[in-house]
Design a protein around this ligand. Structure first.
Ligand SMILES: *[C@@H]1O[C@H](CO)[C@@H](O)[C@H](O)[C@H]1NC(C)=O
Ligand SMILES: *[C@@H]1O[C@H](CO)[C@@H](O)[C@H](O)[C@H]1NC(C)=O
Length: 459
């Protein structure tokens, strides 16, 4: 493990403190020596008891509740960090644990959620575990946290931030298909459990009252989620987790099937399995017929309704820190035929702790397409392309048609113009012809008159 970005204490400062303490001790010892020497020379015992009282005033008598003299010794009163329903009013600190693996693409969304949390940020310590990552998850987290901690708005600043890097040899690909394949489940869950325990034990401090586990690929969640969950005052509590779907798949779907109540069928099934077997929910291979938190959702239901659970999912868990202090953890082995978060829920139940889910309080996981979805989407894309192609051809045809029609129009207009010309010409001709006829008629009369006259003249 290489602690990255988190330095518990400046070594130089601690050395300085240590040498200061040593000097202080030496001074006290010198004074005691002088007093002893003094009382020895005075020869009688009354003053030696006063020497002891001075000594105890200096060091032994210092109440740990008040100013403790040695700076390298920490005193914690854990009676104040039990975790209560209105922790934000009692300054209860939450440790937020975020396991990360090749998560760079989801991080902008995650940090947007982090900024929007309404729980007082100064009471929130954030611990990231970056493991088995090939992308720049760790660099992104470091830069994003530095930016938040330097925000001009002081209310943005979080408490202590730890970024821990540690590989666990997780080789299953981080895409939806590989992560959710049945064969990979047990091994993957056991490694996830190790990572969670590692992160928690590295980051949990005595002053934490709560621990909040949050996945980075949550798309939509209320900004008040910490207060909303805390208000129930349970040892372990989870919301319902659904995911939005593209319209062609019907809009939405249950996502987290790891939050469930135990069933007789599943208990009977567990009996038949090998000691090391791990039952994972949501696969046809293990038909458990358990009541799942996800399927009990009623979109118009009361978000405060509670349901007792045995297994919990890890997308968003709020737990009292004392749960972990009791020794409940994420089993990286088969505990009652379960591992990781489901085993965590079972173990907590075995210790008589309260484990609760909220069926009608829903947060939304990012939609990642499955193999079938990808196939379907490719099919849809092909259909869409074909449709676009057809559309284009139709448009082309229409364009050509219009061009032709446009030619016809101009032709017709030309013809019309011609016709009009012809008509005008004809009118002119007609007028001209009429004029000529009139002139001819007059001419005839004249001729007639002339001829009459001529006739007369002849006769
Ligand atoms: C955080 O709040 C801002 C402002 O209200 C909003 O635009 C943004 O979408 C929120 N982020 C998330 C992840 O909900
Ligand atoms: C849990 O409670 C039951 C019934 O009250 C009791 O028998 C059992 O010993 C308790 N277990 C633990 C671990 O406290």
């Amino acid at each position: 493990m290489s602690p990255h970005g988190y330095m518990p204490r400046n070594p130089a400062a601690s050395y300085r403190r240590r040498s200061q303490s040593l000097m202080r001790l030496a001074a006290v010892a010198a004074i005691i020596l002088l007093i002893l020497l003094y009382s020895f020379t005075r020869g009688r015992s009354s003053s030696s008891s006063s020497a002891v009282s001075i000594f105890s005033l200096g060091l032994l008598g210092a109440s740990p509740h008040h100013d403790f003299q040695l700076e390298t010794v920490r005193y914690y009163d854990l009676s104040n960090v039990q975790g209560t329903a209105r922790g934000w009013e009692r300054e209860e600190r939450i440790l937020m644990c975020v396991p990360l693996r090749d998560a760079e693409i989801h991080l902008p969304m995650f940090f947007s959620h982090l900024r929007n949390l309404t729980y007082p940020h100064r009471l929130l310590d954030v611990a990231f575990l970056v493991s088995d990552s090939k992308d720049d998850t760790s660099g992104f987290v470091t830069r994003a946290m530095e930016e938040i901690q330097n925000d001009p708005d002081e209310r943005m600043h979080f408490g202590e931030v730890s970024i821990i890097e540690k590989d666990f040899g997780q080789t299953v690909n981080q895409d939806f298909v590989s992560r959710h394949g049945f064969a990979a489940q047990a091994g993957r869950r056991k490694l996830m459990a190790r990572a969670r325990n590692w992160l928690l034990s590295a980051a949990l401090r005595p002053y934490h009252s709560w621990v909040y586990w949050r996945d980075v690929d949550v798309e939509t969640a209320p900004f008040t989620i910490l207060e909303d969950l805390m208000r129930h005052n349970k040892d372990i509590i989870v919301p319902n987790v659904w995911r939005p779907l593209p319209d062609w798949l019907g809009g939405e779907q249950p996502y987290d099937l790891n939050s469930w109540q135990e069933s007789e069928t599943a208990l009977a099934l567990a009996e038949t399995l090998d000691e090391d077997a791990v039952i994972v929910e949501g696969y046809a291979e293990y038909a458990t017929y358990r009541p799942h938190l996800a399927y009990l959702r009623d979109p118009s239901g009361d978000p405060d309704v509670e349901m007792e659970l045995d297994g919990v999912g890890g997308v968003s868990i709020l737990a009292k820190a004392k749960v972990f202090r009791y020794g409940v953890h994420f089993p990286a082995f088969s505990f009652e035929r379960h591992a990781e978060t489901e085993g965590f829920g079972k173990m907590a139940r075995r210790m008589n702790l309260s484990v609760v889910g909220l069926p009608h309080y829903t947060i939304w996981h990012l939609y990642e397409p499955s193999v079938d979805d990808i196939k379907h989407m490719e099919q849809m894309k092909r259909e869409q392309l074909a449709q676009e192609q057809a559309e284009k051809e139709r448009a082309e045809k229409a364009r050509k048609l219009k061009e032709n029609f446009g030619d016809t129009t101009s032709q017709w207009e030309r013809d019309k113009a011609n016709l009009q010309n012809i008509a005008a010409q004809a009118k002119q001709d007609a007028a001209a012809a009429a004029g000529a006829a009139e002139r001819d008629a007059q001419g005839v009369e004249k001729v007639m008159a002339d001829s009459g006259g001529k006739k007369e003249a002849k006769t």
